[in-house]
Design a protein around this ligand. Structure first.
Ligand SMILES: [Zn+2]
Ligand SMILES: [Zn+2]
Length: 146
């Protein structure tokens, strides 16, 4: 059986160079296929997919009427109106219609980025897993440095 190098007529490389090259090609291939995780690992940013907020959450936003005359909705920049204003989990207030439109596309507060529940099981599972890992790291850190 002929060797890999003979078949592909590759110029001589050290095995180490060859390994690095293979990893790079693999990463590029996955990247081309649209693997965000690889993209994130290579570039150090999060390629996380963000689903919309959960329907139940959107439909059950508590109505508030405790706003001042000059308080404005950060989505449309207009003043609040009685019975049309709701509060999201972080305490920020918006017109019901404004925040409903927003939460159909995003799962976080437009002002402070607090995350809200979603109907996306996979996303929620990943989020829990991430939180668990962070908690474990924090505990490890505490046990070593306190
Ligand atoms: Zn508004
Ligand atoms: Zn907020």
């Amino acid at each position: 059986m002929s060797s890999y190098y003979d078949e592909h007529e590759c110029p001589d490389r050290t095995p180490e160079q060859e390994t690095n090259n293979l990893y790079l090609s693999l990463a590029r291939m996955l990247h081309d296929l649209g693997f965000d995780a690889v993209d994130a690992a290579l570039n150090g940013h999060s390629g996380e997919r963000r689903p919309p907020a959960s329907k139940h959450f959107i439909e059950n936003l508590p109505k508030v009427n405790d706003f001042g005359k000059d308080d404005k909705c950060c989505v449309c920049l207009k003043e609040f109106t009685v019975d049309q204003t709701v509060r999201v989990g972080c305490g920020h207030r918006y017109h019901r219609l404004c925040i409903t439109e927003w939460l159909r596309l995003n799962n976080s507060c437009p002002v402070c980025r607090t995350e809200f529940p979603t109907d996306d099981e996979e996303y929620e599972r990943n989020k829990r897993e991430k939180m668990r890992r962070e908690t474990t790291l924090q505990e490890l850190h505490n046990s070593m440095f306190s």
